[in-house]
Design a protein around this ligand. Sequence first.
Ligand code: PGA
Length: 249
Amino acid sequence: MRKKLVAGNWKMNGAREGNAALLAALLGGLDGCHCEIAVCPPFPYLSQVASLLADSGIALGAQTLSEHAVGAYTGEVSGAMLVEFGCRYVLVGHSERRALFAEGDAQIAAKFASAQAVGLMPVLCLGETLAQRECGETFSVVAAQLAAVLDRVGVKALASAVVAYEPVWAIGTGLTATPGQAQEVHAAIRSQVAALDCDVASGLRILYGGSVKAQNAAELFGQADIDGGLIGGAALVAEDFLAICRAAN
Ligand code: PGA
């Protein structure tokens, strides 16, 4: 049985005071949430969030990491640094990193490997653009993104990772994939992994992301291959995020 995971991606949002208020509201509202929960604040707030979450049931994640371990890489943050600040998860290959910061499949695969090298659990984000969906390329695009990582790290590495299917056209747009549209991509991801290793595939958590809200979460999370969510906008409002966590029960 895969335990559902709901992860909040704060993106470039937050400020010390607001973070403290958001986390206090989350920590005070966990009754009735039975899924695993994580939050991914911007780098400068990892220390603040780590101390506010200490000994709580909420895990800490980061939004990206360097593919390099150490050295002259101005502005970069290594996986080992994230571990020192208490991170358990790190997003890898989010579509905003792919589109706005030109991260390609090879770099994303290298980041995935660097995360695992220090014991972080990568959350590998996959997803097609609207143009790709309209051309009927959804399955081939997602399969190629996943294959780039599998080729580099091997299928067993997915036993210590999470995948997130996030159609780019659904991120921050208010458009959500229907539960059926999401489920068919999730099922395809799982069968691509199952073709290499059935046990890894059946244990793999595949999250859905893209305009998940309290109102649509339960139906999405009720699909056979959807094991939780990666939440952007709604992760910034405590009641909304908690309602999504409860929908994962
Ligand atoms: P959204 O973002 O929930 O605001 O659509 C999801 C994500 O980018 O992970």
